[in-house]
Design a binder for this molecule. Sequence first.
Ligand SMILES: Nc1ncnc2c1ncn2[C@@H]1O[C@H](COP(=O)(O)OP(=O)(O)O)[C@@H](O)[C@H]1O
Ligand SMILES: [Mg+2]
Length: 877
Amino acid sequence: MMRQYLDVKRRHPDHLVFYRMGDFFEMFFDDAVTASKALNITLTRRGQHDGAEIPMCGVPAHSHEAYLSRLIRQGFKVAICDQTEDAAEARKRAGGKALVNRDVVRVITPGTLTEDSLLDARAHNYLAGLSEAQGDLGLAWLDLSTGSFATQPITAEALGAALARLEPGELLLPDRLLARDDIASATQDWKTALTPMPSSRFDSDNARKRLERLFGVAALDAFGSFTRAEIAACGALVDYVELTQAGKVPALSPPSRERDDAVMAIDPATRRNLELTRALDGGRDGTLLATIDRTLTGPGARLLAERLAAPLTEPAAIARRLDLVTLMVEATALRDTMREKLRRVPDIERALQRLSVGRGGPRDLAALRDGLRQAGEIALVLQDDGLRIKPAELPTLIESMSDHTPLVDKLTAALADDLPLLARDGGFIRPGHAAELDELRGLRDDSRRTIAAMEAKYRDSTGVSSLKIRHNNVIGYHIEITQANLGRFEPTGHGFIHRQTMASATRYTTGELADIEGKIGRAADAALSLELKLFEELIAAAIFQATRIAAAGRALAALDVATALAEIAVDERWTRPVIVEGSEFAITGGRHPVVEAALRKQREGAFVANDCDLGAGRRVWLLTGPNMAGKSTFLRQNALIAILAQIGGYVPAESARIGVVDRLFSRVGAADDLARGRSTFMVEMVETAAILNQATARSLVILDEIGRGTATFDGLSIAWATLEHLHEVNCCRALFATHYHELGALASRLEALKPHTMRVKEWQNEVIFLHEVAPGAADRSYGIHVAKLAGLPQAVVTRAEEVLAALEKGDQSGAVSRLADDLPLFAAAPTRPKGLSEGPRASLVEAELRTVNPDELTPKQALDLLYALRQRLPPRD
Ligand SMILES: Nc1ncnc2c1ncn2[C@@H]1O[C@H](COP(=O)(O)OP(=O)(O)O)[C@@H](O)[C@H]1O
Ligand SMILES: [Mg+2]
């Protein structure tokens, strides 16, 4: 056995080998040490190998999926080595002490999962692969759990954005590419998902042949024209799937080619920063997706996430999606009916995939039955001629959801009401469906009646009224007599044969009972094998329709998304955006969906809506205003509105007219990125460089307090030059928030730069944030006010006010206005104000106050004291 094990292990050095022994999967040697630690299970020893004890640990076979999912989540890959014959077959093959044949039936890796228990129902799980041929790069990705398969040509520069969009569970990379610096840095966020492969596995000629064979075509051109690199990447994925599924390749749709300009480019930093599908803390709460997701099905949720990760750039395609949403917004009754039906739609995409790799069960067939039945009903509802709006996509959707009745009827007729998880448990074929099966079951049931009669007979003949005929899985049917009754008769006289003595009872059998048992067993075996045959037939019938079922699944997901987007649009009073070519960006009454929801939840007052107009002549907005005034919120809400609009959804605004955004950039100054081991300021600059190098005239750039991560004058200079570059060279639409109100000076020189500020009201010495964006520039930053709000000790606040007053009296303002014409002459250094190192004066007032006992003061004394204290305060300006 050890030899067999070591042979398997030699072929799977990078995988934990789960080796089947009886009811357990066992691991040995280093695998056992690793897994026992990762799973926190006991490490034991068994036998000896080369003189040393063999470490071992195991998990029960019936619950091994739970352990698998924990290992996979920790980044391990597991090879399942199961028995490929039973003990009887082994004996027949090699006699008495034969070792049962075992082989790896599957390798489980993060990117090749199909089990519901290992997958997140509401998220895609992509296996991605990158390849190079003739100097080009190609990226391909597939989701084995749904069969989707796509590819695109890519550049090293765009790789990070593409991976951030896909969030692959596993990424295959040829060694040769892994050695390249640009590729290594683009994939550094995906280190745990990386599976390096020998470069030879990415050969484009082999890949082409493999794909042509898989899809049964003479030439791949039928599916589009692919570059060699794309073909190599696709082929490597299919090769890897074959490898991990031990030869069983599930139904995959032919690779669809995605143009790299078909979707809005959003780089990883922008995604992180806007918290589209993942919050800054890595969770889902507070993300745009979590806030807007009203989908009712797993496939719908996955499609919405997929669309949010890749907004479109073609106005016509966006309008097609919007038309569906509008239909659902306008037709309230239809929307309600749709949602009621969608609630009952199971995940037919994943059920179909499991069935096609032989890993499905009766409940997967039931999922197809129920899903396709609902699809048919939904198609009927949508066929209504009375609909006022007729989206162009509707006929295709209806078509793919219709005409599944034959399969639905077949499954309905065949499947019982209560279904076991596994086919081998039997009992899933409906009584009355197959005459032969009914007969076998009848035989089994008759025999059970015979056994009941036999029990009555033995009670009579022995006079033991508590005698029972029982069944268990170890010794089968047996007669059980309690210890107390044993002395009352002679067992052998009744033909009883002793089987087992327990503490409280003794067990017997008889020739008669063994006969019946044999009959029952044969009937049950025959019934089960007949059921399994019918099961295979049903699967074959479903797989025969696989393409159409997959299309129905996609249609249901698309309708779920459209209905869900309509639902939130109605609930939150969102509006249909107008998407055009050109560079308009006119939002009235825009809101931030996530902040608005959070304010509502915390009952912190209403969200203040704001306009944003980045049309020609005003395409760059310089936004100043104190901290906490709402600058970041305003910036992000406009980026989110662009994204929502381009996925084909309604937007949180009164109106929105948007010229297609080809690339979206969002950066925050000095974002903490310690986890990735770079200084925050370095990160800020690297990211800013990427924007200045990549933003086009059709892009939207959002820069939030760039230059914050360094000394004041450094930061101001960098912000200044960046703003000029965006305005003069990139010519993009941009929102630029800054606490350097000195930048306002640029407005006189850059003609499309429009200064705006967050309005605040000063009232009784307090600053009130109105959260309103208005033309103009802030004259002060109110930082000290915010410090006060935050609870800094009064002495520190007062002291800071003094220092500020001193600084502002210096010649800085003159220097700054000179800069507008002459850059970068930041010569002026702040003169150190006198008394900076002396003790805080405010404490004098405090000290004085401490000596006062108000109870002892007359009103006149109190008033005098107030005048005296007032005198001690530093003069204002
Ligand atoms: N338009 C708005 N309406 C209501 N509250 C807002 C609005 N914008 C921002 N806020 C509130 O103000 C807080 C600070 O906003 P933020 O955008 O971070 O300010 P800044 O970037 O100017 O420091 C937010 O967390 C939110 O609670
Ligand atoms: Mg901010």
